[in-house]
Ligand binder design. Sequence first.
Ligand SMILES: Cc1ncc(COP(=O)(O)O)c(C=O)c1O
Length: 416
Amino acid sequence: MTRNSSTLAERPTCPKDAEGNPRIFTAARGARLTDSAGKEWIDFDNARGSVVLGHGDPEIAEAVARAATGAAGTTTGWSPLLDTVTGRLLALCGGEVVGLFRTGTSAVRAAVLAVRESVGRPLVLSSGYHGYDPMWYPPRTPLEPNADGIVDFFYDLDLLAGLLRDRDRVAAVVLSPDHMHLTPSWYARARALLADADVPVIVDEVKVGLRYGPGLSTADLLDADVWVVAKGMANGYPTAAVGGSRTLLKPLREVSFTSFFEPTVLAAADRTLARVATGAPQRTVREAGERFLAHARKALAGAGLPVELAGDGSFFQFVAATRELEKALWRAAEDEGLLFYRGDNQAVSEAFGPDVLDDAEARFTRVCDRLAPYASDVRVSEEARYQAAWNVIDGLRDAERDDRTTREWISRLLDD
Ligand SMILES: Cc1ncc(COP(=O)(O)O)c(C=O)c1O
């Protein structure tokens, strides 16, 4: 498959080779993938962090196979599984009601539009990626509302404070939490600002929800009125959920779609939610990720390679001092069969047992050997750290800034 030979109209995010052509995978098991040339990879992408339990997890596969025979309900109508899934979501994430969707994009969009309709004010203040939908497209002039009334504050809390002065026009604040580039003090200040303004808060936990523990990753950091989760809830099966206040989410009553009751998806969600409710998969992910991180830091330092690692075992990111080194890192990793999500967050799965980790570490040591020509005393700059954060959160990392430098960073990173 080459970039121009596909009949697919979309260009979905997926691993690609150096020429930009999609890599073709023919099998996936646990932490390992096989490509069409028979090469075996260790998967740190995991469908952008949505395969938490590992590929082809036996319990999920068995539940999905059973549901596919018709033994667990039907797409035609309501099934017991539906109530089990909504019950599990409310127990884990809180709230009065839950809405189900097929993608994170559609769930966040529906949540924001529902809250705006309930509140009856025109503007929504936003930070972070919320999906490909045009409603999130940037305006011509940064910090102004776009055509859909969305104002991006790029995680800068001084900008948020300024925008909240106009709070009579603000229906809600929606933000995608991150735990690699935002600090506990950022959350403490955001929480106080939002409480003071008294506007509804929507947390887009599509990516981070249920990955850090059995619930919202911001349960102790923010007071959300509405939440959205997706990647942590069905091990890669297509579903997402919105939950929270019955009053704010009342407009979701109008939502329906033909595949609503499709039983294989509900079965995958039911089993995945039961597993993540124990906290065990998240602990394994964290510990496996931490072990790999410790090895990677040591190997990079030993080879004199200026690459920092942001985040922790749950999600982490390589921050290279130069673009050349970053490119060389992806190339060397791919030669060694380590499948990283280029420029973005790396996500191990529960299937990263000791044998996979031994193998991944040996491969990473060889990656560092290959990168010997890039050894240098250069340090990772603020610019590189800002760029790395921007790649993953579409906004500014938490750091000391004044208004002028905030605006400079925004225009620089938007232009890049
Ligand atoms: C924070 C966040 N919100 C929304 C989305 C969109 O979700 P989906 O790709 O399932 O449509 C993503 C996807 O990565 C995300 O990370």
